[in-house]
Design a protein around this ligand. Sequence first.
Ligand SMILES: Cc1cc2nc3c(=O)[nH]c(=O)nc-3n(C[C@H](O)[C@H](O)[C@H](O)COP(=O)(O)OP(=O)(O)OC[C@H]3O[C@@H](n4cnc5c(N)ncnc54)[C@H](O)[C@@H]3O)c2cc1C
Length: 458
Amino acid sequence: MKSITIVGGGPVGCLLAVLLAKRGYGVHVVERRPDMRAANISAGRSINLALSDRGLRALELAGIADDVRKIAIPMRGRMMHDVHGVQTYAPYGVGDQAINSVSRGELNKSLLTLAEDHGVMISFEQRCVDINLAAPSATFERDQSGVRTTIASDLLIAADGAYSAVRGRMQYLDRFNYSQSYLQHGYKELHIPAAANGEFRIEKHALHIWPRHSYMMIALPNLDGSFTCTLFFAHEGSPSFAELTTREAVAAFFNEQFLDAVAMMPTIVDDFFTNPESSLMTVKCYPWVSNNVALIGDAAHAIVPFYGQGMNCGFEDCRVLIECLDDANDDWTTALARYQELRKPNGDAIADLAIANFFEMRDKVADPVFALRKKIESYLYATYPDRWIPLYTLVTFSHVPYATALRMGQENDAWMDRMMTIPNIAEEWQTEGGKAALEAIVRERAPHGIDPSLIVTR
Ligand SMILES: Cc1cc2nc3c(=O)[nH]c(=O)nc-3n(C[C@H](O)[C@H](O)[C@H](O)COP(=O)(O)OP(=O)(O)OC[C@H]3O[C@@H](n4cnc5c(N)ncnc54)[C@H](O)[C@@H]3O)c2cc1C
């Protein structure tokens, strides 16, 4: 069996290692950081993550989905907080459809252990500094000593994240396309601790959003009763991180904009100055494969976090790669060619959807017309599921390719624009006449033809 080196022991690298080891390959994961199970280090930029069905399906393949569900908190909808602290709830889906808040560190640790249980060799504190794409081989440097080791293998897979060293080397290839763009907004993580009795201070089973048009704060629950908050805010301009330079300015800003949250954030000012201001970028590139070297996860497609899909997309990459190996009887040349052909359009689609969702979350969720469109959309989905599936459902609760979701979402928007022209739609849509008018339009639309088994319902 072929030997495989995976650069990067983040969630995607570890999951892929498990899946390939289960197939009988000899897998070696080489990770830059110390072993997070031993060292008390941060497991990355985002403390908790929304894990959704695409990610869970790949974890099921690895046999770890049920264990992960035990450390996850289902979030069934979004809870909007206005400037006066008034909360409005909107479900994400129907029934028990939910996204799951999970500690990124705990998930990564579980995957590291599972990989070792399956015979994967993992080396830590070895930073990839060079690649020989033709061999293939990778050269790693020990952080402390600077000692370099070169590892040759039959295949080299880069799961080394958004700033991938392997991708950096691929950029020197002829006809390698690459684009990187930063949002003008960055983010800072903040904290709502548990109440004195260990209880959650706000609804546990929701993703909380404080939409403020040009910026927003969100909060996801943790198992210990706390919430990890993330403020998405412009780096510069007004208002922006650049403006909030004094304790007084920070306190005044939060008191004015997030009054109900501030009451639950006793260390807000200290946290604001202690925690880093981080940036958000999108990376698109192609090809993802060169000889026996391939990119996966954020190394292939770094996206902004507003659809909660970065890791889910990376996990789906792993599942699709394994299916390509199945189809090609483990002929790697055929499988890798098919993998990049299938995944590249979907990586691009979720990158674009994630940026669009930023504007939806910060600007539109508080808008009554947007809320009306969402209510009508839920009605249409419940009544005409063969003709209407909401975009959020397609992205989050389905295994429909992201590119198909993007296209159907654009079509939904156009049909909904027409429905909004029905006279007095806000008042009429729940009456018999209003429903008949909606039906007349929706019946003009051809059935979408999506296999219902691709939509996850519980
Ligand atoms: C604020 C924020 C919120 C997010 N929320 C969500 C969410 O809710 N849901 C979701 O699905 N996704 C979310 N994401 C995205 C998610 O974090 C990433 O998509 C995911 O971590 C990608 O996994 P990965 O294994 O490909 O890369 P990474 O997690 O970046 O892991 C890469 C690994 O490679 C190692 N490495 C890097 N360089 C080298 C090198 N030169 N040599 C050796 N090792 C190296 C790193 O140390 C790391 O362990 C969020 C991201 C951010 C920034």
